[in-house]
Design a protein around this ligand. Sequence first.
Ligand code: SF4
Length: 315
Amino acid sequence: MEFCITNRCNNRCVMCSNPAEFNNPRDSRAYGYNQLIKRIEDCADRLFKSRESINLTGGEPTIVPQFVQLLNWIRKEFPDNEIVCVSNGRMFAYDDFAKKVLAVENLKLEIAMHGHTPALYDEITGVKGGFPQAVQGLKNILRFRNDSHFVETRTVIIKQNYKKLDGLLEFIYKSFRGLNAVVLIFHELEGQCGDHLKRVGITYQDVESEVAKSIRKWAVKINDLRLYHFPLCALPSDLWPHAWRTLPATEVSFPKKCSTCLYKKYCMGIHNDYLRLIGDKEFEPIRSSMGAFKMSRGQDFIYHPIVAVKNTSKS
Ligand code: SF4
């Protein structure tokens, strides 16, 4: 269950999926500490019963003044629910802050790493000097983490970085040992990302060869290398085990032609804003067998249906 805990951010990412008016410093009414507690308490029955994750989003959650206090309150009240926090990681550059957060058990941290040089990082995040903080922040997280934590990097693929994925994955692999997963996410064309379509927008066709090259090279070294928000026909079949179904059903559609696709039941579909702004021309139903697959079962099938492809030919 998701709780947006702030509308403020210390970055200005060019592909932010929040609307431009979201980051309004004058509008902080819904985000006072007591209101946050009340919003979570109101969902207590469901959280106790389902034991689902409590996802803290923003804005940038870690700049909420009582962030550590909030984490400790959630941990105490909901000891069985994983706490998930998406963050740009910069606040973790402060040792004391990182230690306090990582003292909270059963925490999943999804840390943004959109560029691997100060220039690229600043160009994408719109803030000068954030890169060394983000790097130090992630190093501190890995320094203070324990086995109850899950730590991953998240890179949104956009025009500015899609040709640099090889260097970026090399940087992540060499700089951050001890990550649980490395995630590459195709941009969602909503909020400011959609507003900045000309500046940041790419198609699946644009990125396919760069993504394939980089994943094939780095999957050998990076244990859990994932692709989020990719329909299957936008990828060579040997990359399908890396594809996760990560968008809610309400945000995706299957165009009419998908009805003849043999792999529809394993596919995430296409984001509605992509269909609206770019269209469905590049997606072609797969009409012949792509070989034998190893499938996941139960709950895992929903998010990660294909875990291995035995035959790697592409139609
Ligand atoms: S044709 Fe449609 S169902 Fe088939 S892989 Fe592409 S997007 Fe998915």
